[in-house]
Design a protein around this ligand. Structure first.
Ligand SMILES: Cc1cc2nc3c(=O)[nH]c(=O)nc-3n(C[C@H](O)[C@H](O)[C@H](O)COP(=O)(O)OP(=O)(O)OC[C@H]3O[C@@H](n4cnc5c(N)ncnc54)[C@H](O)[C@@H]3O)c2cc1C
Length: 489
């Protein structure tokens, strides 16, 4: 059962409901047209306009500003990139360190723009804790991850080990075995950020059209149902909502993630669970977790979901009671005092996963097409960096941003990003990647489980993992490694 009364907390926290911006009508010309008003599109427009104020820039959004992941995410602003090792693997240590410094500085740079432009988006840099919490065997996972971060080029000051006591000073989990503290992570209210950025752009002279879905991009012309824009450069900024034109959806697929928010928690609860410095937190669960204390004293907590056969992005925000229950159970397993608190909001959306985890900023000058994405769930800061990079690439500036290994000055995305396999192989590959995360999780019914026993549910629509602690969800099917993943039907 889906529950429409659960909605997106970030959107509900906006001061006012803005009237829709006018849709594109008729035939117009621009220097750059940007398809998609999420962070990637808007940051690209911001840096283009501030670097070259005379540029005529138009943004087309299929729905409303922030309709995609940018208005729905968990609010982590991470000084890292998922899949970074794919780009840095062969570089010498000093070059890897320079990339990691840039990623760390990117968090402050984003905060600086918000301060400069007066965008009040609850930006708070409290770092992040990647904890070994709930299970002792998470210690080894997090130790390995810390080693990996240092090998990548993050220094000891940026990412350091916390023993159990040090961890409890930051966040008091039910079980605190230790963890990593990553200094260069902030949190933000993403809806305030995306809407504040759109308003800033309009002040700078950028035109934004809502309810203007691009239905074709051809010969430097973007067509919508009611108009068309001719421009020498088109930026496709659709990430998890990638379209079929130019095969984008074959290269970046949508993966669902879902978030819940509690009611504002009383001081007594905060005293028990800590987080005075408002760090973000995650553990080493098989299902990727992410949480933080919001500016108004709620716990906002998310866990990654699944890939849907046929690369269908999640357009609606609603999530099911079971999806909410599963996340509440996980959260309460971290902090048992939260078992009885009210979950006031629950919502979901799609993030973009490129084959081989390669986030990218690409300009194909010959085709007049630019794109960025594939952030694999780390796109809030990533889109700022990549939007800035795309602007430099489009303006043919040679900067420290365009020199980074994820920036491609003159290439086609078809050559740079591997294609996902056709269905159903793509679906199976996505399952294999999700399944390879390893560790323990919680099923949709809220049972803490392990991966040693698995089964299909009653109506054969999902695979579920069994539960060593209590009952298996239904009859076991040994050998299956995946948890609660939808089967094709
Ligand atoms: C639930 C959830 C939690 C997440 N949590 C985090 C987090 O805590 N930290 C983090 O770093 N990242 C997180 N992410 C990922 C992050 O939000 C995204 O990577 C980032 O917002 C992508 O921004 P974008 O602008 O590239 O894409 P989007 O924000 O998805 O924007 C794409 C836009 O394109 C529009 N569009 C699509 N097709 C067309 C068309 N044909 N014509 C016109 N417009 C079109 C869509 O309507 C949409 O508005 C999360 C994602 C989700 C879904």
């Amino acid at each position: 059962m889906t529950h429409d009364s659960y909605n997106n907390f970030w959107l509900s926290s906006l001061a006012e409901r803005l009237a829709p911006r006018p849709r594109l009508e008729g035939r117009v010309e621009a220097d750059v047209v940007i398809v998609g008003a999420g962070f990637t599109g808007l940051w690209t427009a911001y840096y283009l306009k501030t670097l070259a104020p005379s540029l005529d820039i138009a943004v087309l959004e299929a729905e409303r500003v922030g309709h995609g992941a940018s208005g729905r995410n968990g609010g982590w602003v991470i000084g890292n990139l998922a899949g970074l090792e794919r780009h840095l693997g062969t570089l010498p240590l000093e070059a890897r360190r320079a990339c990691c410094r840039l990623l760390a500085d990117n968090v402050d740079a984003l905060g600086d723009v918000l301060a400069r432009e007066g965008i009040a988006a609850d930006f708070h840099k409290g770092g992040a804790v990647y904890a070994a919490a709930r299970y002792r065997d998470q210690i080894a996972i997090q130790r390995d991850y810390l080693h990996h971060l240092h090998e990548l080029g993050h220094d000891e000051d940026a990412c350091q080990w916390l023993d159990a006591d040090q961890l409890s000073e930051k966040v008091r989990f039910r079980e605190a075995y230790g963890g990593i503290f990553h200094r260069h992570v902030a949190t933000v209210n993403p809806a305030k950020l995306v809407h504040g950025l759109a308003e800033t752009l309009e002040r700078l002279g950028v035109t934004i059209h809502e309810h203007s879905r691009a239905i074709a991009i051809d010969h430097h012309t973007v067509t919508t149902a009611h108009g068309m824009i001719e421009a020498p450069m088109t930026v496709c900024a659709n990430e998890g909502y990638a379209q079929r034109f130019h095969d984008f959806r074959k290269h970046v697929i949508p993966v669902q993630s879902m978030v819940i928010a509690t009611e504002p928690l009383p001081d007594a609860v905060w005293q028990e669970i800590g987080m005075a410095g408002r760090p973000a937190f995650a553990d080493a669960s098989r299902i990727i977790t992410y949480g933080h204390r919001s500016a108004d004293g709620r716990l906002v907590f998310g866990a990654r979901g699944t890939y849907r056969l046929g690369a269908r992005p999640k357009h609606d925000q609603a999530i099911t009671e079971a999806e909410i229950r599963m996340r509440h159970a996980l959260l309460s397993d971290f902090f048992p005092i939260l078992k009885e608190v009210k979950i006031t909001h629950g919502w979901g959306g799609s993030l973009g996963l490129s084959r081989n985890f390669r986030p990218h900023a690409i300009v194909d000058r010959q085709a007049g097409i630019a794109t960025a994405g594939g952030y694999a769930g780390e796109g809030v800061a990533g889109s700022h960096l990549f939007g800035r990079t795309l602007a430099d690439l489009i303006l043919e500036r040679e900067t420290e941003f365009t020199a980074k290994p994820w920036a491609y000055a003159n290439a086609s995305h078809r050559r740079i990003i591997k294609r996902w396999e056709p269905e159903p192989l793509r679906w199976l590959a996505a399952l294999a990647i999700t399944g390879s995360y390893g560790g323990r999780g919680v099923d949709e019914a809220g049972n803490a489980g392990t991966l040693d026993q698995a089964c299909t549910d009653q109506d054969q629509r999902c695979l579920c993992f069994g539960d060593r602690v209590g009952k298996a969800t239904t009859g076991p099917a040994p050998g299956c490694r995946f948890s609660r993943l939808p089967l094709p039907h």
